[in-house]
Design a protein around this ligand. Structure first.
Ligand SMILES: [Zn+2]
Ligand SMILES: [Zn+2]
Length: 338
């Protein structure tokens, strides 16, 4: 049994990651230990290193788009066994007792900060521990790096679409063509929506259309948004900054909905919100049932994240590429020793 684990940790707010050796966390009766082969790099890893949410404790090992191999199972686990290839997302456990857990909406657990796979230490590491109810078999024929990206980016966009795409042929706009956005375009297209990609980068047009967008709109400047006034039933916002919120709301049909997947600061005049009876809501990852549905949907519809592979030892260079918005479109770290 592994007793010492090697990860990459930030020792203080905003610091670069350093090799970090720690004792293997205790394995509970419902837990499995997973040797990490792949881990995606998510924008929220960087926000957590920067303690944007005010809940990070240091040393902090990020990483919550995990694929690996089961190396040990707890005494009450019968559904997984040593050697199984599995994947794990942001949530690795839940309290099981609060009203949201009892409803199966574990992503809204009242003790959410205790439920992440990054407590005690996340997937930029040789191994993690998670409750088996949050550990998913890697679908047959799916590459490890593909499943890794689906664990947070894929789940987040699929869950929002599953909840808010309430009928056929909805007009959906995806704001931001990045790690989440490029998967949202693929999923919305596969669901039969008419999809518009909205980006501040005109050079993403060709790729956005390649991902399945029917239209492409450059968001910078009110004039470029004018042709789509009052056009969309649903806006899925995956961008975190550079957004003209008033123009964006103007592009919604009456009673349309803006769903936020990142954590942007919003500033807007409420006139259009009230006059057009619009809604703004958030969507946080998804529950285990949605995760399973997403994996099967991704396989059935051949959802293919665009990704770059980098060795885990180059984690700081990978984080820098994500910070500079250079990743096309997701970076997956590969643990070459596993
Ligand atoms: Zn994430
Ligand atoms: Zn709970």
């Amino acid at each position: 049994m592994t007793t010492r684990i090697l990860g990459y940790a930030a020792n203080a707010v905003g610091e670069s990651l350093q090799p970090f050796e720690y004792a293997a966390p205790r394995l509970g009766a419902h837990d499995v230990r997973v040797s990490v082969t792949h881990c995606g790099v998510c924008h929220t890893d960087i926000q957590a290193i920067d303690d944007y949410y005010g809940i990070t404790s240091f040393p902090f090992v990020p990483g919550h788009e995990i694929v690996g191999v089961v190396s040990e199972v707890g005494s009450d686990v019968s559904s997984l066994k040593e050697g199984d290839r599995v994947c794990i997302g942001w949530q690795a456990r839940s309290c099981g007792e609060c009203e949201w857990c009892l409803k199966g909406e574990t992503q809204l657990c009242m003790r959410i900060e205790d439920t992440t796979v990054m407590v005690p230490y996340g997937g930029f590491s040789s191994s993690v521990v998670a409750d088996h109810r949050f550990v998913y078999p890697l679908p047959a024929f799916m590459l490890g790096e593909v499943a890794a990206v689906l664990m947070c980016a894929g789940l987040s966009v699929f869950s929002a679409l599953q909840t808010h795409v309430t009928g056929p042929e909805l007009k959906v706009a995806v704001v931001g063509v990045g790690g989440l956005g490029h998967i949202a375009i693929q999923c919305a297209h596969a669901l039969g929506c008419e999809v518009t990609a909205i980006s501040s980068s005109p050079d993403k047009k060709e790729q956005a259309l390649g991902f399945g967008a029917d239209h492409f709109v450059v968001s910078t400047g009110k004039d470029s948004m004018r042709p789509v006034d009052y056009g969309y039933d649903l806006l899925i916002c995956t961008a975190n900054n550079g957004i003209d919120w008033s123009s964006l709301l103007m592009s919604l049909k009456k009673r349309g909905r803006l769903v936020l997947l990142g954590f942007p600061n919003i500033a807007l005049n409420s006139t259009n919100l009230v006059a057009h009876e619009l809604s703004i809501t958030g969507s946080l990852i998804g529950n285990p049932a949605t995760m399973r549905a997403m994996l099967s949907f991704a396989q059935d519809h051949d959802i293919k994240p665009a990704l770059e592979l980098m060795p885990m030892s180059e984690v700081n260079a990978a984080l820098q590429r994500v910070k500079e918005n250079k990743a096309r479109y997701r970076i997956v770290l590969v643990n070459e020793s596993q």
